[in-house]
Design a protein around this ligand. Structure first.
Ligand SMILES: *Cc1c(COP(=O)(O)O)cnc(C)c1O
Ligand SMILES: *[C@@H]1O[C@H](CO)[C@@H](O)[C@H](O)[C@H]1NC(C)=O
Ligand SMILES: *[C@@H]1O[C@H](CO)[C@@H](O)[C@H](O)[C@H]1NC(C)=O
Length: 386
């Protein structure tokens, strides 16, 4: 980093710097090469998550020399990469996850996509990947969804998953900030997360020997390396008869996240107050769009205390002993909310009475957010594809 004093900061900020606008990402430069053969669309009720892709994809190449090239929508196809590409060796890469919904009036809606663009940009800077104009990228993604709009399921339980990705394509083995990179966006129809109207609860495995994220690390960015390195713990969770990992942190076993979801506890807190609590964004928590939306909703409802605060396994076990826990649930784009039924911790199963207490809050949140996503309720949280 010795020559990072003056020029680099600006360079790291990509388009935010005051350099000439050469190589800026612009949606009006889009080149569209339509597919000649269209694929058959799957039944969204039986399709396995992330296995089927639409007819087109978006790619945008970048180099430090020329900036962003013209965005290109083209038939879905394999990438051709230099085998030394830094994404493949050093995980210089990041991704996003969001959805398009077909609403009750047959219009296509996206849910708070600007928050995904903001997060993607933050992840890019943290990964030393190039910055980009968030609105222009958004517009390119909208054009892609528009071209493949027949792939947005005709169903108010299914949706089209959107996976923007930014990878370092530096063709050398040097561990350094890439001089080449590429954005690509692929689309995949996904079914309902839950089998029927009921919310299926999950069991969690909590073992402090594995750590997902740490202060000063990259846990607050959707960088691929965070996920590849979590699989070993996930396998151990399954070997121990649990479905997901409850990620703990620190000497006091702070409860941080569950699998790839944020975590909420709805309880009567130590001071006897009804409270919805989730850990604060202190650098080890991924700032979920669903997390933010739940906090926004609950604060607007104003019916109970809403807190971003630390929660430890000790706090939870005491509350369980004193019968103060109402519900615990994970939150994320895939399921929106996912109730927790059990936590296996230090050889003991702690039962969380989410289901006994009717998953009332989780269900209320699920209903509210799906009403917005499928246009049963108008909200400035959705944008309609024109
Ligand atoms: C993506 C993700 C979430 C959920 O974020 P949403 O924007 O709500 O989908 C939570 N935790 C982790 C670790 C994640 O990767
Ligand atoms: C893409 O790559 C996969 C894996 O190597 C291969 O099976 C498939 O045939 C390739 N598709 C095309 C169109 O070349
Ligand atoms: C949650 O459900 C359990 C089991 O039915 C019950 O004993 C408890 O009182 C409920 N807790 C709260 C805080 O409502």
């Amino acid at each position: 980093f010795k020559d990072c004093n003056n020029g680099c900061l600006e360079e790291c900020m990509g388009e935010a710097g005051s350099k000439p606008v050469m190589g800026t990402l612009k949606a009006k430069d889009l080149i569209i090469t339509p597919a000649t053969i269209l694929k058959e669309k799957p039944d969204p009720n039986t399709v396995v998550f992330g296995t089927v892709f639409t007819d087109h994809m978006l790619t945008i190449e970048w180099s430090s020399e020329f900036g962003w090239e013209k965005p290109h929508i083209k038939p879905f196809q394999n990438l051709s990469l230099h085998p030394a590409s830094s994404a493949l060796h050093y995980a210089v890469e990041l991704f996003e996850g969001m959805k398009a919904f077909r609403d009750v009036d047959n219009k296509i809606r996206l849910f708070r996509p600007n928050l995904n663009m903001d997060r993607m940009h933050r992840s890019a800077l943290r990964a030393t990947l190039p910055g980009f104009d968030k609105e222009e990228l958004m517009e390119c993604i909208l054009q892609l969804v528009k071209l493949d709009q027949e792939w947005v399921p005709y169903s108010t339980s299914a949706s089209l998953y959107i996976r923007p990705t930014l990878i370092g394509t530096e063709p050398s083995l040097g561990v350094k900030k890439p001089t080449k990179a590429m954005i690509f966006v692929i689309l995949s129809p996904v079914g309902s997360y839950f089998s029927k109207e009921t919310l299926n609860p999950v069991s969690l495995w909590a073992n402090p020997k594995f750590v997902r994220a740490w202060k000063g690390g990259t846990g607050d960015c959707k960088m691929g390396g965070n996920y590849g390195s979590s699989l070993f713990a996930q396998c151990e969770a399954v070997e121990n008869g649990c479905q997901q990992v409850l990620w703990l942190h620190g000497e006091d076993n702070q409860i941080t996240e569950v699998g790839t979801m944020n975590l909420f506890l709805y309880w009567i807190n130590e001071d006897g107050e009804e409270e919805l609590a989730t850990p604060p964004l202190d650098g080890i928590i991924l700032p979920g769009v669903t997390r933010q939306s739940i906090l926004d909703l609950a604060r607007k409802w104003g019916e109970f205390k809403v807190s971003e605060r630390y929660l430890t396994m000790g706090d939870l076990t005491t509350a369980l002993e004193q019968n103060r826990v109402k519900e615990m649930f994970g939150s994320g784009t895939a399921c929106i909310v996912c109730p927790v039924s059990d936590i296996l911790f230090k050889g003991e199963t702690l039962h969380i009475p989410s289901v006994e207490n009717g998953t009332k809050l989780a269900t209320r949140i699920l209903d509210k957010l799906t009403d917005i996503q499928y246009g049963r309720e108008e909200s400035d949280w959705t944008i309609i594809l024109s």
